[in-house]
Design a protein around this ligand. Structure first.
Ligand code: UD1
Length: 343
């Protein structure tokens, strides 16, 4: 059944890819974004890819009047809530801004949904809620132990969503805990375009490959992993987007809060990822080994079983596709959306 979906943070990396999947599958999409870490160019590219326009509202979720106006203007069936700040290091420098934006934004959104009778929500959570844990792979029943303000905001949001569901039994909420989303749409039209120097490994590598940065710092080669570098469960952003589309179809399976990991179930080290990316680029990536980054853990890998058992859904794109697609976007948009032909 086609639905009308409000996507908060729809101009962001995962948000923009999700909009494309939803539009492709016949849903109507309304985007709200304050462009604090994204660009209107991403929404233009989404419209071009989908071949149809979508309503775009520039607003901050904490602006209740603006949010009310959006809910009053559209008949919304469900909300997918991405809009949030997401850099771990930054969250340690400005924790209050993280609490305000991520938790304040979610509360304002829930109140607006409540006031306008919208009962269905897919929430963007993170594997970072598991925190420092020696257990690999991680399943959804493993205890949460967030180690930084960003991760705490995601964990607190999950808890407040649980409390809201207990109070309002008509609510249906699915929280998706993503592992490490990378890659880009295979068209090369949309991808990851972080502001400033990238925090995350793949966009950093991609900017080294186009010559914007000199070399990749590899944070530690003395972890208890096969080659000593950190291991992560990288997942193609189009698989993450597809997971949201499928979650939408399962919102009515039951009421209350349900939590699912989104990962592939297998890990790659920084050096393995770099080798795969270098093969997509066709040239080696200059790098130097540095000290471990504070707060990093040796390995994070999803147990991807729950979502497969519940929905028969699993990821379909491998590390080679993630690297090839990320490189395709970066090559077409060496300086991101700002100077790209799509703007
Ligand atoms: C973090 C968050 C995760 C979030 C993701 C994307 C945690 C535990 N994880 O993941 O929730 O979804 O960001 O926002 O909070 N690395 C380098 N050089 C670099 C950058 C990273 O070697 O320049 C290494 C890291 O040490 C790590 C791996 O690459 O082993 C991945 O790092 P990164 O891409 O930053 O993601 P996470 O920290 O795993």
């Amino acid at each position: 059944m086609p639905q009308t979906v409000l996507v908060t943070g729809g101009a962001g990396f995962i948000g923009s890819h999700t909009c494309v999947e939803l539009l492709k599958h016949g849903h109507e999409v309304i985007v709200v974004d304050n462009f604090s870490n994204s660009s209107p160019g991403a929404v233009e590219a989404v419209q071009k890819l989908a071949g149809r326009p979508l309503p775009l509202h520039e607003a901050d979720l904490r602006d209740r009047a603006a949010l009310d106006a959006i809910f009053a203007e559209h008949e919304i069936d469900a909300v997918i809530h991405f809009a949030a700040k997401k850099a771990v290091g930054e969250s340690m420098k400005i924790p209050l801004e993280y609490f305000d934006t991520n938790i304040g934004g979610t509360i304002a959104l829930l109140r607006a949904m409540n006031d306008h009778g919208v009962r269905r929500l897919v929430f963007s959570s993170s594997c970072s809620v598991y925190g420092e844990t020696p257990k690999v792979p991680l399943n959804e029943d493993d205890p949460a132990a967030p180690t930084n303000p960003y991760a705490r905001t995601k964990h607190i949001c999950e808890q407040l969503l649980g409390d809201a569901c207990a109070r309002y039994p008509e609510l249906s909420v699915i929280a998706l805990r993503y592992f490490n989303p990378i890659g880009a749409h295979p068209s090369g039209e949309i991808g990851e375009d972080p502001n400033g120097v990238p925090n995350n490994v793949l966009p950093y590598m991609a900017q080294v490959a186009v010559g914007r940065l000199a070399e990749l710092p590899v944070f530690g080669d003395d972890y208890p992993t096969p080659d000593g570098t950190g291991v992560r469960d990288y997942i193609h952003v189009v698989d993450v987007a597809d997971g949201h589309r499928v979650a939408l179809d399962h919102l009515d399976d039951e009421r209350g809060l349900r939590v699912f990991n989104l990962g592939t179930g297998s890990g790659a080290s920084v050096l393995e990822l770099m080798a795969e990316f270098a093969s997509a680029v066709g040239a080696p990536i200059p790098y130097r080994v540095e000290a471990r980054r504070p707060g990093d853990v040796p390995a994070l890998i999803a147990d991807a079983g729950r979502v497969e058992r519940a929905w028969g859904w699993r990821t379909t794109r491998d590390l080679a596709a993630m690297c090839a697609d990320a490189w395709h976007f970066q090559r077409l948009h060496p300086t991101g959306y700002s100077a790209s032909p799509t703007v």
